[in-house]
Design a protein around this ligand. Structure first.
Ligand code: SF4
Length: 187
């Protein structure tokens, strides 16, 4: 678990992994270092289809300022992003498109379902609406609410950061992960 470290009674480091530190050097575990770099440089891909996307716009603006979490580089090219944020009602016709975007993202990638519609279809229990994006792609974090406030979206980012920072480098090669993807028909 990362914790604040006081160094030389002058400099205080926040969020660095456990390790051994001296004059001009620091030793820690490689996976912790990679986790720290990844969690503080998430590149979100906003897949916004309706009202929850507006809340995300507020989350990006100066008051809530998602840049504080290293996630200000929002991208619309799946190949360069590692956090898929799905916000809004997803029609069944959009399901294959969402899945295609997910498949175009390189590993490691994480997925956040923002709001009731993305998580479960929300109030739209109808023939045309996907009853949760986890029917087509695996989801790491669900953010509840209709619409969730920016604080809730930021809480989701923090939860993703926890996952990213503590994820084993071997997880993506594990049988369990391969089984998870196979459950979605992804090789
Ligand atoms: S959860 Fe509510 S606010 Fe978000 S897209 Fe659905 S209806 Fe709109």
């Amino acid at each position: 678990m990362a914790r604040p470290v006081q160094y030389n009674n002058k400099v205080k480091f926040e969020g660095i992994p456990e390790g051994y530190m001296g004059e001009g050097f620091m030793a820690t575990r490689f996976d912790k270092l990679v986790g720290m770099a990844r969690k503080n440089s998430l590149w979100p891909l906003p897949f916004a289809t309706s009202c929850c996307g507006i809340e995300f716009m507020a989350t990006m603006a100066s008051h809530y300022d998602i840049a504080r979490f290293g996630s200000e580089r929002v991208g619309f090219s799946p190949r360069q992003c590692d956090l898929l944020m799905v916000m809004g009602t997803i029609a069944k016709k959009m399901g294959p498109v969402l899945r295609q975007v997910y498949l175009q993202m390189a590993e490691p990638r994480w997925v956040m379902a923002v709001g009731a519609c993305a998580s479960s279809g929300g109030i739209f229990d109808s023939y045309s609406v996907l009853q949760g994006i986890d029917q087509v792609i695996p989801v790491d974090v669900y953010v509840p609410g209709c619409a969730p406030r920016p604080e809730a979206i930021l809480d989701g980012i923090l939860k993703i950061q926890d996952l990213v920072g503590n994820e084993s480098l071997r997880r993506r090669h594990s049988d369990r992960y391969k089984d998870l993807l196979a459950g979605y028909g992804i090789q």
